[in-house]
Design a protein around this ligand. Structure first.
Ligand code: SF4
Length: 476
């Protein structure tokens, strides 16, 4: 798995997107969106909107009562014979898993897909201690062979063609794999089976955590998740504290919207429920079951009313699929394992605006993500608040924008509110742009305006609004 390089420079990353990436991304996202649209249509828009509202209400209730539900879940897991660990940040979560691995003298770990483990860089932490980590989700397995992380939160290798995967298997696994999905899956299955049987620790994430019974819920289309959580002698699930849901009834609403929004399925192939380790007389299953509850900035997100609803996310990936920016740059450009609009919200708050302050600007604010989000997160409103945090700072963080830019914005704001200054500025602008003007265009401007003109020319400033308005009224 590749790790985030900080600070994240989205603009520079975007300049290095491979030319074929947008077409590959758009082909895959169009399929997911088409499947989703068909299912929503079959349900009827009215019912779908009712479900979205119910899902929103359930999630909002859960995160506003987070302390109460987390404690309830802890009690239930402990009662069922599981062990609960609380991790304040990524380092603490990694340390907990490492100590567990050392205690059991684990040399090999099998993992199912988990964005929480990607977020904390668990693979690196384990590998640095000489522990082999095998990703067992097919997409994760493929990107791991490439030395990369997931390119999409639901379908990690969605940008790769069958031919590319076949070539990768030939090169890395030394097998002659034809470019056929079924055959490629068989190759991976055969390679992975032995890994499941010889691993000392199985690691998973959790899509939800049900407070009333302490049940970890995983939602997947591959059987590897069940192998990771049942074959090795020890299982550990790393679950963000935001994944809590009060009860089974709430879960049913969320399961209905998750699969439909993610892959356009009514329900995924596997929905697994883990409530502690197997009973003492069970013949199979892990001997120990651990749950790591990961905070890593989530409590801080919860404290800010303007951004709190970030935590409603159920990681369906629909906002990635619909986002015009994501569709043109792909997942890696975001420089963070969780990409697209939801990734922007998480990365800029978890890493902070100094490290990821460029990300809230990686959006056209078109609002398509708001409309598609099954839990009705007001993504663009949160993005605007985060932009404000970058520019002006707020109660959570100091401003991260360069002081020159902040001063420029403040001067601009005063000028726009003061008529005589606005008129003076307009006449000065007409004069100042003359040396740079070519016909009616400004092709090359000095920094910071060069950010615009490096991509496209800017229309030359024609007249101030009042003069333009007078001319226009006169002509009519
Ligand atoms: S923000 Fe909404 S649409 Fe995007 S991944 Fe999260 S739940 Fe899905």
């Amino acid at each position: 798995m590749s790790q985030a390089t900080l600070p994240i420079d989205f603009r520079t990353n975007a300049q290095h997107v491979p030319p074929k990436m947008p077409a590959s991304v758009q082909k895959a996202t169009a399929k997911f969106l088409g499947n989703r649209a068909a299912l929503v249509e079959a349900l009827g828009n009215e019912l779908w909107q009712t479900l979205r509202q119910a899902a929103h209400d359930v999630r909002l209730h859960a995160i506003t009562n987070l302390d109460q539900y987390l404690e309830q879940a802890e009690r239930a897991v402990t009662k069922a014979g599981g062990h609960v660990h609380w991790a304040r940040d990524a380092a603490e979560a990694n340390r907990i898993v490492l100590e567990m691995a050392r205690h059991h003298q684990v040399r090999k770990v099998v993992k199912s897909k988990s964005m929480a483990t990607e977020e904390i860089g668990l693979n690196h932490a384990l590998e640095a201690e000489g522990i082999q980590v095998i990703e067992t989700d097919l997409g994760e397995y493929i990107v791991q062979l490439l030395g990369m992380g997931p390119a999409h939160i639901v379908v990690p290798a969605f940008h790769l063609s069958k031919e590319e995967i076949a070539a990768l298997f030939r090169e890395k696994l030394g097998v002659d794999a034809p470019a056929e999905a079924e055959k490629l899956t068989q190759v991976a299955r055969m390679k992975l089976r032995q890994e499941f049987l010889t691993a000392g620790l199985g690691i998973s994430g959790g899509n939800f955590l049900i407070a009333e019974t302490g049940t970890i819920v995983t939602v997947t289309n591959e059987g590897n998740g069940r192998m990771c959580t049942t074959v090795p002698p020890v299982h550990v699930a790393i679950v963000g504290i935001d994944k809590i849901v009060p009860d089974w009834e709430s879960l049913t609403v969320l399961l209905k919207v998750l699969a439909r929004s993610a892959t356009g399925q009514k329900i995924t192939c596997y929905t697994q429920f883990i409530s502690g380790p197997p009973r003492a007389d069970a013949e199979t299953g892990p001997k120990e079951s651990h749950l790591v509850l990961l905070d890593n900035g989530r409590s801080r997100i919860l404290q800010t009313p303007e951004t709190r609803e970030t935590l409603l996310c159920i990681r369906c990936g629909a906002c990635l699929n619909i986002c015009p920016v994501f569709n043109n740059v792909g997942g890696y450009t975001y420089g963070y394992p969780i990409s697209g609009p939801t990734g922007v919200l998480f990365a800029s708050q978890i890493l902070g605006v100094k490290a990821a302050g460029g990300l809230p600007f990686a959006s056209t604010l078109c609002g398509a993500c708001n409309d598609i989000c099954p839990v009705k997160i007001p993504i663009t409103e949160i993005l605007l608040h985060l932009r404000h945090r970058v520019a002006e700072g707020d109660e959570q963080e100091k401003a991260a924008a360069p002081s020159l830019m902040r001063t420029g914005a403040q001067v601009g704001s005063v000028a726009l509110r003061t008529p005589w200054l606005y008129r003076l500025g307009s006449s000065l602008l007409k004069w100042a742009q003359a040396p740079l003007k070519r016909d009616d265009w400004l092709a090359k401007l000095p920094p910071p305006l060069s950010r615009w003109t490096m991509a496209r020319p800017l229309p030359a400033f024609a007249a101030d609004f009042r003069s333009w308005w007078r001319t226009r009224s006169h002509k009519r």
